[in-house]
Every structure is written in structure tokens, then in C-alpha cells.
Write a protein that binds this ligand. Structure first.
Ligand SMILES: [Zn+2]
Length: 60
């Protein structure tokens, strides 16, 4: 993934927050099962910019 700030190639990193972070889709009713996805973290080792990317973004 390319850094949007300086165009450097970003490297994958780990985020330590309860063993990673997850996102969940908003549901309109309690009967709906929300979609979940792990979040990948990338860091630019040139300027320090950090970017999050949902792993299963197509489910949303
Ligand atoms: Zn950068």
C-alpha cells in the first residue's frame, strides 16, 4: 500500500488494543446480524503516517 502523504511503500504493522481491532456494521434492527471485519494497520516508515484498512470490506 502506498503512503498518501509521501508515496512511500507502507509496511504492515500490528495494533495492540485487546489483540487487534474490529469494526462492525450498523444494523437497523436487533434481528439483523452485523457484519464484522478485522482491521489491518499499515505504517509509513518514512513519514510515520498510519492507515487502517478493513480486511473484509466487501461484506459492508
Ligand atoms: Zn509517508
Amino acid at each position: 500500500m502506498e503512503c498518501i502523504k509521501c508515496k512511500n511503500e507502507m509496511v504492515k504493522a500490528k495494533l495492540f488494543m485487546f489483540g487487534g481491532i474490529q469494526i462492525e456494521s450498523e444494523t437497523k434492527s436487533i434481528f439483523e446480524t452485523p457484519e464484522t471485519s478485522n482491521v489491518e494497520v499499515y505504517v509509513c516508515n518514512k513519514c510515520g503516517y498510519v492507515e487502517f484498512k478493513a480486511k473484509d470490506y466487501k461484506k459492508f
